[in-house]
Every structure is written in C-alpha cells, then in structure tokens.
Design a protein around this ligand. Structure first.
Ligand code: SAM
Length: 249
C-alpha cells in the first residue's frame, strides 16, 4: 500500500517509524511518505491559513497549497504505477465526518493508495474537498465525537487500524480474528502467568485444557461485556448472530 500524509506538523507523525508500522515501512510492505504542506507555499512566511469568510473565530486553511500538494502527490503515484491504478482514497479527518469504524479500516486495507490531509485551525477551505473529488475518492472521516486540535492524531489512529490489517504486517494473523469489533462483539478478558497474582486467580476454566468449554466461556464473556458497556452493539447484531445459548447469557 502507498500512503501519503500531508500536515503542517510532519514531526507529529514520527511514531509511524516505530513498532509494526515502522517495520512494515522498512520492509517495503508499506510505502509511506509524510509531507510538509508548507513545501507547497510560495510566500516568505510559508502561509497556509487566512481569516474565514463570513467572520467568526479562528483561521481556515488556504485552498491553493492543498490543491498543489494533492495534485503533485497523485501525479507522482500515477507515474510510478505500473498499470492503471484505482483512484486514490483521500481521507480528510474532521469531527464533521462519517465515523471511522473497523469495517472502514478493513475496506481501506484493501486499497492501493491512501492520502491523508491533516487539517488544523478551523479546517480546510471546503472547495478543496469538492475539487479533490475529480482525482480522489474523498471521505471526510471522524474518529469520534470530540474535537482535536488537528488531523495528525486522527491520521495516526486510522493508519494504525488499517495497516495492521494488511496481510504480512501483523506477525500472527490469527490474533486479528477474535478481536473487539471484528464480529460486532467486544473481546473477552485475557490473562497470562502467573496463575495467581496478588491473591487473584485466573478463571479456573482457562486452566482446564477443555477447549470447547474455554470457547464457550470466552463467548459468554464477550456477550456479557458487550451488553454491559456497549448495548448499542448488541442491538445492532443481525438476527442470526446469536444462538439460543447466547440469548440465555
Ligand atoms: N471547526 C471544526 C469543526 O467544528 O468541525 C474543528 C476543527 S479542529 C479544531 C481542527 C482539525 O482537527 C480538523 O480540521 C480535523 O482535521 C481535526 N479533527 C478534530 N477533531 C477530529 C475528530 N474527531 N476526528 C477527526 N479529525 C478531527
């Protein structure tokens, strides 16, 4: 996957050099580039913002540096592509966007090229989003119902969620299958050694070696936990998602 991130604080994306994603970049599984939006400004102050039309507080990001950055990045990707590629996906983090979910992460993990435009201040001039539609599949995406100072943290969240689903990036792909949000339920509680820690014992069933019973216990725990903290997820399950034993939990 090719991944381009544009920000006025490229240093904010430094954690992408660490851990599994850093390794995927070094191994070539992920072709990642972080760009400084100010490289596409042409004035002495490298200006990227101005006051909002209509008045109001804060500043708005200028359209022109974004358009130049996005044009160059998509042209470069087109030149590098060996065969005609799909339109790149442009993710624009915004608290006014559609919610980012595990389903969206799964879908994005199958795409060839993602570009993330990290806004700051009051956001990016809306005309960039409208214009970019000619070259990109544009999505305004929110990582939650709260307001951050900029899109960089949202970009890190989305990249981490997407990259770990790309085959070959996570060491053991089985660890992806039983995770929270994979099938609409949250994960069961997990334990490791020692079997007794500060007087607290690991649930006996996990030491039994009876895999069918452990699977059932884990499923029960998932159902109980989800019903307790996220009843909305239980309500959203399809009619055939629960068997009669599940309903008894
Ligand atoms: N004025 C904007 C509004 O009310 O929708 C908020 C702008 S916010 C201060 C600055 C930038 O942070 C946004 O352009 C976006 O890139 C990012 N951001 C803030 N909250 C976000 C969220 N929940 N999800 C994704 N991006 C967010």
């Amino acid at each position: 996957m090719r991944l381009d991130v544009i920000s006025i604080f490229p240093e904010y994306l430094a954690p992408l050099q660490l851990s599994l994603i850093g390794r995927a970049v070094r191994d070539g599984a992920l072709d990642l580039a972080v760009h400084d939006l100010r490289d596409w400004t042409h004035d002495r102050h490298r200006t990227v913002d101005d006051t909002p039309y209509g008045g109001g507080a804060g500043m708005v990001m200028l359209a022109e540096p974004w358009a130049e950055a996005l044009t160059e990045i998509s042209d470069r990707a087109e030149e590098d592509a060996e065969a005609p590629a799909d339109r790149p996906v442009l993710l624009v983090p915004s608290p006014a966007g559609i919610p980012f979910t595990q389903r969206m992460a799964e879908e994005l993990a199958g795409r060839e090229h993602l570009v993330i435009a990290c806004g700051r201040y009051e956001g990016i001039d809306q005309r960039v989003v409208d214009w970019a539609d000619e070259r990109f599949e544009v999505r305004l995406v929110s990582i939650g119902d709260y307001v951050l100072n900029g899109g960089e943290v949202a970009a890190l969240v989305m990249i981490e969620a997407v990259a770990r689903l790309i085959p070959g990036i996570i060491g053991n792909p089985e660890s992806l299958t039983e995770e929270s949000h994979e099938d609409g339920l949250l994960e069961y509680p997990v334990y490791t050694k020692p079997a007794v820690w500060r007087g607290r014992e690991v649930p006996e069933i996990l030491l039994s070696g009876n895999h069918a019973a452990i699977d059932r216990w884990r499923r029960d725990q998932r159902l109980k936990r989800t019903a307790q903290v996220r009843p909305d997820l239980i309500a959203a399950l399809g009619a055939d998602a629960l068997d009669p034993r599940d309903r008894a939990v």
